[in-house]
Design a protein. Sequence first.
Length: 334
Amino acid sequence: MPSAPVSPYEASRLAAVRKARLLGTPAEERFDKITRLARQMFRVPMACLDIVGEKLAWLKSVQGFDGLEGLRKDSYCHHTVLNEDICLIHDARVDARVWDSTFADNWVFYAGAPVHFEGERIGVLCIGDNIPREFTPEQLSALQDLAELAEREFQVIALSAAQIALAASNEELEMKARIDFLTHVWNRGAILELAAAEQTSAAATSVLMLDVDRFKEVNDTFGHQAGDEVLRVVASRIRACVRHQDAVGRYGGEEFMVVLPRASIETTFQVGERICRAISTASIPFEERLISVTCSIGCAVSSATSPDEVNALVARADRALYKAKSFGRNRVEA
């Protein structure tokens, strides 16, 4: 694929990317709302929000396909950040810019609107389809409106200082090592690091340990692809229930961990109950079938006056989780 030229203002653009502090960070509900809306509005199978770094196109929010990042030089978004106009590719298979891209057979149609931070084009809100499409002026205007919503969110530093520092601690090409590929939340190593960091800085740090109930039955009944979809949706619903500063991680298998800085046990319990309801209330669609799942949650809190080691705090939350399991599942215990 022919490489897109680099803007003569690339240095100032990359400075804005670094200042926005979004590269290498996990998915967030505030951006997922926008990409979900884009997918629904334009009736396309795919939508995402990319942050375009020096070497990577970091997928901050993704709907309809798997991925965390791609090389910038292979990305359609590399072309988009060069100009203020929306970049349109009606049929990637015959477009001279991208026809030999590895994405051309899947992202046949592409529309990407630049997203700005402090006047610089640091990212792209884009939609895609696996068939050629046309795009009306009204649709162009609607996509631009959604891009402006994303820009407003860029102005808010929502993640905790510990999460931002952890994301920034990696070189750009190594950023995905901190994120779980399937669910786009922190992986086990990262969430434990965050718990330790919050322990030293917060007045009280709480932990939720969550396990999807009878997950093996989901895999056995519907298949492992269905199990993967359940985990993706569960992660998304957890993100929608926690505060911006809380950290969500996949602890392993069907188990998730949430770190809540400066949260009392009462607040932590309420968050756990909210997550429980969100997961159990709505079935998960998969290939024209509906999968009903519940979860069990254990919570524990460590105060600044009597801090636990992280392993001890997690162990206490884990004991509460197994208490929830033994009391019938689909509940929270502390």
